[in-house]
Design a protein around this ligand. Structure first.
Ligand code: ZN
Length: 293
């Protein structure tokens, strides 16, 4: 009899524990996974997240051979000038919080890409700089990447991850208390290979125009990159900007439409500085001349 009572009491307790877990855990899960639009952690945590990404990039020089600023100060001063033009926009919210001044050039001519981590760590490949014909186009691409950071697209995505993991943590009574507690190598890797949603891509395109509207650059600069890619055909690899939204035609019209709506200048900037930037990068070793017979 006593044993039965004991079991009864135990089952009663277990039942309430399950009810309590469901009552708190399910709404948390639904909130994080489906309802919450803005990241739960703030812009400062974005910087923490970006710093961790930057560290993992620095530890992988084979994949990310960083061009040293000490050896290529001129290239970096060109890049700083262009980033400065973009983040000079009054639309930029996190100029003083994010790490936009930590920009890096990755010395790989085979990659036509640029990206910006949460918290504003900017990376630009030499391949992209050499590929583009105008400074305005790089300014546009950077505006697009900076918009992903400013609009906190990466952290929003990560938050969904956090929602699921947070629930698991809750059920195991190991609820994480800060981003660094649950950001592990696999999440970081995912973050670096991030592909954004179509809505996020469209918003980044739109904001690239807004950021450039107050700069010296043609405000539809991003469109120039898409037009060139389209002309080059499909065999140029898939840059971040096209990862989930490859319909360049409609993106070009949306960008040009936004430029028209804002009435901003689409006149290209002075081309001489762009050539100087390209020439300040390491140049391909000239093919070895055949030795004279
Ligand atoms: Zn993008």
């Amino acid at each position: 009899m006593k044993l039965l009572q004991l079991i009864g009491g135990f089952l009663y307790a277990v039942r309430w524990l399950i009810v309590a877990v469901l009552a708190i855990g399910v709404p948390l899960y639904v909130y994080f996974a489906f309802i919450a639009k803005d990241p739960v952690f703030g812009p400062k945590e974005d910087v923490e997240l970006g710093k961790m990404s930057a560290q993992s990039i620095a530890e992988d020089p084979k994949e990310y051979p960083i061009l040293p600023e000490s050896e290529y100060p001129e290239a970096y001063s060109h890049l700083r000038r262009i980033v400065g033009g973009v983040i000079g926009s009054p639309e930029i919210q996190y100029r003083d919080v994010f790490a936009y001044d930590q920009m890096k050039i990755i010395n790989r001519d085979d990659v036509l890409n640029a990206f910006c981590t949460p918290g504003g760590y900017i990376y630009v490949y030499t391949g992209l700089i050499k590929y583009l014909d105008q400074e305005d186009h790089l300014a546009g691409v950077l505006g697009h990447e900076i918009a992903h950071a400013e609009k906190r697209h990466g952290s929003t995505r990560l938050q969904k991850e956090f929602g699921v993991k947070g629930l698991t943590g809750f059920l195991l009574l190991t609820l994480p208390i800060s981003p660094s507690d649950y950001i592990n190598a696999s999440i970081l890797k995912e973050l670096l290979g991030l592909s954004y949603s179509r809505d996020q891509e469209a918003q980044a395109d739109e904001y690239s125009v807004r950021y450039l509207a107050t700069s010296d650059y043609a405000c539809d600069g991003t469109a120039g990159f898409f037009i060139k890619l389209r002309e080059a055909g499909d065999d140029v690899g898939i840059p971040e900007m096209l990862s989930d939204h490859p319909d360049t035609g409609s993106r070009v019209s949306a960008i040009q439409g936004e430029a028209k709506r804002l009435g901003c200048s689409t006149e290209p900037a002075d081309p001489s500085r762009w050539k100087a930037f390209q020439q300040s990068l390491p140049q391909d070793e000239p093919a070895e001349e055949a030795a004279p017979e």
